[in-house]
Design a protein around this ligand. Structure first.
Ligand code: B12
Length: 395
């Protein structure tokens, strides 16, 4: 029996800020497709569709199950297509991503149009759900799917947390499926401002108070060989010339990163592609920057968060202003573009500390900056991650 799944991303809230695919649903599409389940991504943000257009396209596709990806700032808007599509197609609605991961039970209680929610990594959970739904939603079988929250007779149930995929599991995953974005166009990513998003590890070992760790604190990484194979795939399938590493921390002076960079150099990949990615102030050395540059790096981004050492200590960032200045100097001296991120509105922030942050940004004079405004909610991410000492929901 055929079973069709639609995966949705909502229209953007800020015009054209980031019209690029997102990895979460492309991994789900790849995993479902590998299991022979017809899956299509409907990314309204990427295609510039309105909410009405998104809903109509999904209704025309006629899925047996549809799922929406949502961060916290998107969750209330995610309810709208869920309600409308259900009314037309009478099929179950699923929600996944950062918000339901932070608040699995609350999300389903607050948004009754969702029948199911997936918290944490979704690949195995969604496959389990589809295999149950194909034969009718048997409550006993649903309760056995780790990482699932579901509704039965007006009650909401949350199953146990699913273990994160191991490094071996990651290497077994198919490459993300971008076919709903690029079809088979071999020059889809050949345009000047295009790049291929690639994640080479999941998780972050740090414990910054403002950050939500959707993918946990234990870092699990694809093998360097697999990372190189994915880059070759991006080049041959879509004509990619720039790789955007979306790991929470990609560039660090450690053995695995060095191996990836050395492979890029020894295979000559560094002459065919360039790459950009995130790093961390305390993980940069001159030697890793030299190697990164040789391996084709042209642009790095890093979180600075504040220009005040007491605030940096309070938020558990584990860096100081003087370290920030040293690291920025190393990266800029190597001739790489550097973008720095800041937050205004930390707990205990005063006009004076905010001013110190502005002054630091001016002093560093980086290629670009991004400034987040702290928003506090009642949500506590540590309700799910028992190893988390401090609460946070993301900035
Ligand atoms: C790369 C990235 C970006 C990129 C790309 C955006 C994107 N949406 O991918 C950029 C730089 C543009 C970005 C921007 C923003 N981001 Co951002 N970003 C990330 C980052 C570092 C990695 C995301 C990623 O690719 N993960 C890899 C994939 C494989 O994992 P995943 O997305 O979590 O998906 C898995 C599961 O969540 C689940 N899943 C996801 N969707 C669905 C859907 C269904 C139906 C199902 C079943 C399962 C499922 O299954 C997936 C596979 O296992 C995360 C940090 C993190 N670790 O999550 C922050 C993060 C997601 N971003 C965050 C925020 C706040 C933002 C901004 C709002 C910041 C701002 N103030 O402007 C903007 C929003 C832009 C927008 N409108 O899309 C927060 C979200 C917090 C929250 N509670 O919602 C995070 C968690 C950062 C943080 N630690 O605080 N971001």
């Amino acid at each position: 029996m055929t079973f069709k799944v639609a995966l949705l991303r909502l229209p953007g809230t800020y015009a054209d800020w980031f019209r690029r695919p997102i990895l979460g649903i492309t991994y789900l599409a790849a995993r479902l497709g590998q299991a022979g389940i017809e899956t299509r991504i409907f990314d309204a943000y990427f295609h510039g569709w309105s909410m009405d257009e998104l809903e109509q396209r999904v209704i025309d596709y006629g899925p047996d199950l549809f799922g929406v990806t949502a961060m916290t700032h998107e969750i209330s808007r995610a309810a709208e297509p869920a309600q409308k599509i259900k009314a037309k197609c009478d099929v179950p609605a699923l929600v996944g991503g950062a918000h339901v991961t932070a608040l699995p039970l609350d999300t389903l209680i607050q948004y009754p149009m969702f029948d199911y929610g997936v918290f944490g990594e979704g690949e195995t959970t969604v496959l389990g759900l589809v295999s149950v739904l194909r034969n009718g939603p048997n409550p006993d079988r649903l309760s056995a799917i780790a990482g699932l929250v579901y509704r039965r007779n007006d009650e909401v149930f949350r199953n146990s947390h699913r273990d994160f995929l191991s490094a071996v599991d990651l290497d077994d995953l198919p490459f993300p499926d971008f076919s709903s974005y690029y079809g088979d166009n071999p020059s889809a990513l050949a345009g000047r401002h295009q790049y291929y998003p690639l994640i080479s590890s999941r998780g972050c070992p740090y414990n910054c108070a403002f950050c939500m760790q959707v993918l946990g604190r234990r870092v699990r990484a694809w093998s360097p060989e697999n990372v190189l194979a994915e880059i070759e795939h991006a080049v041959s399938k879509y004509g990619a010339h720039t790789i955007d590493f979306q790991d929470e921390i990609f560039l660090a002076d450690n053995q695995r990163t060095r191996r990836i960079l050395e492979l890029m150099i020894s295979t000559g990949l560094n002459r065919r592609i360039r790459w950009r990615g995130l790093t961390r102030v305390n993980m940069v050395t001159e030697s890793i920057i030299d190697l990164a540059k040789k391996a084709g790096c042209h642009h790095l981004e890093m979180g600075v968060e504040s220009g005040n050492d007491d605030i940096l200590a309070d938020i558990g960032k584990g860096i100081t202003v003087s370290q920030v200045e040293q690291t920025a100097a190393i990266i800029k001296k190597a001739g790489l573009e550097l973008v720095t991120y800041y937050i205004i509105g930390h707990p205990n922030e005063t006009p004076e500390t905010a001013r110190q942050t502005v002054d630091l940004a001016v002093r560093l004079n980086t290629h670009g900056i991004a400034v987040g405004l702290m928003v506090r909610t009642r949500a506590l991410a540590y309700t799910i991650w028992p190893d988390r000492a401090r609460p946070g929901t993301g900035c």
